[in-house]
Write a protein that binds this ligand. Sequence first.
Ligand code: SAM
Length: 188
Amino acid sequence: MAINFYKKIKRNISEDGLLVGSSGFLVNSMVGKIDFTKPLRILEIGSGKGPFTREIIRRMSIDSTLDVSEIKSEYNPWIEGMIQANPLKKVQLFNGCVTELLTRPEHYDVIVSSLPLKNFSRMNDQNAFLYRLIEGFKFALSDGGIYLQYQYFRSNKGDIEAVFGKEMDHIDFVPLNILPAFVYSMTK
Ligand SMILES: C[S@@+](CC[C@H](N)C(=O)[O-])C[C@H]1O[C@@H](n2cnc3c(N)ncnc32)[C@H](O)[C@@H]1O
């Protein structure tokens, strides 16, 4: 029993990059940075069971769209349940690597990412996955669009700044989360 629990924790950290789902405090800190008063094209990456998805769906207007990217289909029941419960909201779930959604220029106004960037290969050359990923965020964001990302340590802050060619607009610290997290806001 204890061994199974330990294995589950170990798998969560190595595959998903987290111990437990994000807290309401972290969700509010990230989602609270989005101006929902205008129609938005939103991309959420790495939904898991959907703590961010639920709040984005609740706040988004009916003329906004939300694409949810999650590589693991085991979380589909949670996200599909939210989609069915909100038939007036335009929400689509995409199973697969998010890079498949980053091919259209200026396609999104908001990117909300829970991706465990630290787990990806370092950005030592322009072919590294991490580099292509952050380049993809910049490419797919509209001018003035916002990229929101949380991290437990500020491991990839410099990588994001290097690709966007500027310093973060804001970094917030959210202590009430397992683990305490930093929230990056980067506008294009
Ligand atoms: C740290 S978890 C976040 C879960 C949830 N959003 C939260 O904050 O509690 C990261 C999620 O990203 C997903 N993921 C990892 N690589 C991905 C990729 N290349 N494309 C889409 N999703 C990915 C994982 O399957 C996992 O569900």
